[in-house]
Design a protein around this ligand. Structure first.
Ligand SMILES: [Mg+2]
Length: 397
């Protein structure tokens, strides 16, 4: 089988209400759907973050992939995405989408799901964390989450609707004292649920240690990226040793795994098949963590159905995945895959069983949301349209 073409389509899907985080807000989710064509008529699907820079990566990688056999993944990696090329030229996200598509092609050619190609399935369904964000009101004036009462009500609605057993509370939006108060309110409202915090490195070491001290007796599952950089994370670990620290910002690439252990920085590495350069590479990173006695979880970057399927196959094949992966998926109002959105049952999502990634494109919806992408003034991840001109320092507090 030989690859004959690579095509991509930017898509924008609206969400219930704009999500806020430390450095901006998201009016909806922008992604790029990638299709890799072959001389045998099979089409492999991939997906990555939206935006002009990702389209540029795909345009640069496209001619290098044409003519290759999608089964020769190691050769393709060294041709398109050697470690230095990933780091120096920033190809990692575009390459990951192409790797998903190659695995999808392998599975389709063999009639096997992707999880069977990367070691096999250790579980049939994956529990996810319900992702709690502060939100602006939507165009209809609904959906605002700006205080403790609204956040607890939002969490109750999500737990009732989807059955989540873990909650992830996005921090770094309001002053830390208000967010501490809201964490305690969530803890009291959900005494049996696991609850994690993530301020996206918006805090100073001093603030992070203070928050850790205040939440000492409130059963925090883990504190994710309270501060920026391994040195600062290591200081929080040293001075608040009772807190489990997790990261997808200070530790997010192969090169970070060894320094994390040598410098005794943190205990939960949040993998992401996009940021580690594909499903197979994220699987390897998970196994390296297993060997080094580091726990793993999974980061979410606002995936649609193709990337969500990639995460499900990866999660199914990682025996040491002990914490519920994050997912933005429940915020989406629709998806571009056949059959509509993937469904939750008791907070879990089934691993697709069809060949390859196990999802197929709904062409009508792809066209519909591509039109929205064209209309959308593609903002960056670090922009807040409600607060134009805003500049946020790191640390913010
Ligand atoms: Mg994070």
């Amino acid at each position: 089988m030989k690859i004959t073409d690579v095509r991509w389509t930017p898509v924008f899907i609206p969400i219930e209400a704009p999500l806020r985080y430390a450095f901006g807000s998201h009016p909806g989710f922008s992604r790029i759907v990638v299709e890799v064509h072959t001389d045998e008529g099979l089409i492999g699907l991939g997906e990555c973050y939206g935006g002009a820079s990702r389209e540029g990566q795909l345009a640069e990688l496209r001619p290098l992939l044409i003519g290759e056999d999608p089964f020769q993944l190691e050769r393709i990696r060294w041709k398109l995405a050697a470690p230095s090329a990933l780091k120096l030229f920033g190809y990692v996200l575009g390459f990951a989408a192409l790797e998903f598509a190659c695995l999808d092609l392998q599975g389709k050619a063999l009639g096997k799901p992707v999880c069977d190609l990367i070691g096999g399935k250790m579980r049939n369904e994956i529990p996810f964390a319900g992702y709690l964000f502060y939100r602006y009101a939507n165009d209809k004036g609904a959906g605002e989450v700006s205080n403790s009462t609204q956040m607890v009500a939002f969490a109750k609605q999500l737990v009732e609707q989807y059955g989540f057993a873990t909650l992830k509370y996005k921090n770094g939006v309001l002053p830390p004292d208000e967010e501490i108060e809201t964490f305690i309110a969530l803890r009291e409202a959900f005494p049996k649920l696991k609850i994690r915090l993530d301020p996206n490195a918006a805090w100073s070491v001093t603030t992070a240690i203070r928050v850790a001290r205040k939440l000492h007796d409130y059963d925090l599952e883990y504190l994710e990226d309270p501060v920026w950089g391994m040195r600062a994370m290591g200081r929080v670990n040293a001075k608040a040793p009772w807190v489990t620290l997790a990261s997808n910002m200070s530790v997010f690439a192969f090169e970070d795994l060894v320094p994390n252990v040598v410098m005794d920085v943190l205990d939960v590495v949040l993998l992401d098949p996009h940021w580690y350069g594909g499903i197979t590479r994220a699987k390897l990173a998970g196994q390296i963590c297993e060997a080094m006695g580091v726990d793993i979880g999974m980061h979410s970057g606002a995936e649609f159905g193709i990337s969500q399927a990639a995460m499900l196959h990866l999660a199914a094949a990682l025996p040491n995945l002990t914490v519920a992966p994050d997912s933005h998926y429940h915020h989406l109002t629709d998806d571009i895959i056949d059959g509509g959105k993937l469904q939750y049952h008791d907070g879990k999502m089934a691993v697709p069983t069809g060949p390859g990634l196990g999802v197929t494109l709904d062409r009508d919806k792809l066209a519909k949301y591509h039109e929205l992408a064209k209309q959308q003034q593609m903002g960056s991840w670090i922009e807040d349209s409600r607060r134009p001109g805003m500049i946020i320092c790191q640390p913010k507090w």
